[in-house]
Ligand binder design. Structure first.
Ligand code: SF4
Length: 466
């Protein structure tokens, strides 16, 4: 997610580069909404950022404020109509565009309420946009107040980039589950982005994180901030493990440094007798370097990644994921032949990648494969915006480490302890969400929370027809 307010600049192109830096956060669709102060124009399509936008398209998006989004679906199908920014026009003619990073929970009552008034929504993000447009159309005051009122009616994980014709808004949920950063351009414009890498790519200087429960509004009068709620912070620890780019910086650490520490701690907790440490690129790279440094076992690159294939875990269906794994990694036989390997991968979610990987490494001549995972076993689903839909899909759910190791056909398997992961993040334990590891959900998840996150939400359909 990316947003910019910068009069005199080519904001669509800034958005394009910002989204390009954030492509790893969503690969199904991309969209940009731009306003010139009077009208909002939106372009969104299925595909990667550089497939959706070219010079010709960007040249049509003129204005001085913009928001952009790359999507991977956790609620609602992967379709054009669900691509973001979502857009609604209020009864008073005001346009509202919205990009959402995260996942709302317990939206049933709101869906029923809007459905009873004829709204037809297929994602939590569309539902929220509809609510904002409805209130704006009813003349319920400034959009800041309308957004704050709406946020008090929802729960879950949400970072939002919202715009009307004149103003961009950045919102972070009261628990601060997902990251949202604020930067400033040399020329004086402001930028909001999910990760600092997107600020870096457009030459913006990082000012600070948007705080949990904070709304910022940026327009011709400058930047305004207000806190609309406070709650115990619960930043997603999986951002450090897998989601964020290694060059993302949180106030405490860079993700790269955290991953390196994870590898070092893993080597101390679970040493292995081996000849080489090899990473599974890219998210295992830093932890493998840390493991090698702490263990003294030489580091080598034994797998070549096709850099033009998307992240396997983030693809929307099982069959696509399996195809992606085979396309993605190729073993280097001259490095691996006759070697006892420590293989460092960031995490094991469904286990598809790991099982195929172990077989592939043996076929390439490795004599032993010791899996070392710099995060704990993922035993619980995420309801806050990461696609780990159901417990049945999770390899570690209900299985011992020995059983997982046998199922992956590895010679040994060890995970990093949760305490060590928390320590590597440099954040206090009670400021982190780690529910996928320990099952303690910081935001209540109603029993009716959708489990198949890639279908149209039944409650919303019901509401629409009810
Ligand atoms: S459940 Fe896991 S992936 Fe989801 S927000 Fe919490 S730590 Fe992150």
């Amino acid at each position: 997610m990316f947003a910019i307010y910068a009069p005199g600049e080519d904001v669509a192109r800034y958005c394009y580069y910002g989204l390009y830096a954030l492509q790893h956060r969503g690969q199904e669709s991309a969209g940009i909404a731009v306003s010139d102060g009077d009208n909002i124009l939106i372009t969104k399509e299925m595909g990667l950022v550089n497939q959706v936008f070219d010079n010709r398209r960007l040249a049509t998006l003129n204005g001085h404020l913009a928001i952009g989004h790359v999507r991977y679906s956790t609620t609602g199908a992967s379709t054009w109509s669900n691509a973001q920014p979502a857009f609604k026009v209020s009864a008073s003619g005001r346009g509202i565009a919205l990009g959402h990073n995260g996942n709302l929970v317990d939206i049933g009552p709101l869906a029923l309420e809007l459905g009873a008034r004829g709204a037809r929504c297929t994602t939590d993000s569309e539902l929220l946009t509809t609510l904002l447009a409805e209130r704006a159309g009813a003349g319920s005051g400034p959009l800041d107040d309308i957004i704050v009122d709406a946020c008090r009616r929802i729960s879950g994980a949400y970072c939002l980039a919202i715009m009307d014709e004149t103003t961009i808004y950045g919102v972070r949920d009261p628990h601060g589950v997902r990251p949202l950063m604020l930067g400033v351009l040399d020329g004086g414009g402001y930028v909001l982005a999910s990760e600092t890498a997107a600020l870096d790519i457009v030459g913006a200087t990082l000012l600070r994180e948007i705080e949990p429960g904070e709304l910022v509004a940026i327009d011709a009068d400058g930047i305004r901030s207000r806190r609309f709620a406070s709650a115990a912070p619960s930043f997603c620890v999986f951002e450090y493990v897998y989601l964020a780019r290694p060059d993302h910086r949180t106030p405490e650490t860079s993700v790269y440094a955290a991953r390196r520490r994870m590898g070092q701690l893993l080597a101390e907790e679970s040493p292995a007798d081996a000849d080489l440490v090899i990473p599974v690129p890219d998210s295992g790279l830093a932890a493998a370097a840390g493991f090698s440094q702490a263990s003294g076992i030489p580091y080598a690159e034994g797998l070549v990644k096709n850099r033009y294939v998307g992240r396997t875990f983030i693809q929307p269906s099982q069959s696509l994921r399996q195809l992606g794994i085979r396309l993605k990694l190729n073993p280097l036989r001259d490095v691996l032949e006759g070697q006892r390997l420590v293989v460092v991968d960031d995490s094991i979610v469904r286990g598809n990648t790991s099982r195929q990987l172990v077989r592939m490494l043996r076929e390439a001549g490795a004599t032993q494969v010791h899996l070392r995972i710099p995060s704990p076993p993922v035993r619980h689903p995420c309801f806050y915006g990461v696609d780990m839909a159901t417990e049945e899909e999770l390899l570690a759910s209900g299985r011992s480490i020995d059983e997982i190791c046998r199922s992956l056909e590895a010679d040994s398997l060890a995970y990093l302890s949760l305490d060590a992961l928390i320590s590597a993040s440099r954040r206090p334990a009670d400021s982190l969400c780690r529910a996928c590891f320990d099952g303690r959900y910081p935001i209540p998840v109603p029993h009716a929370a959708p489990t198949d996150t890639h279908t149209t939400l039944p409650v919303l359909e019901l509401a629409a027809h009810g």
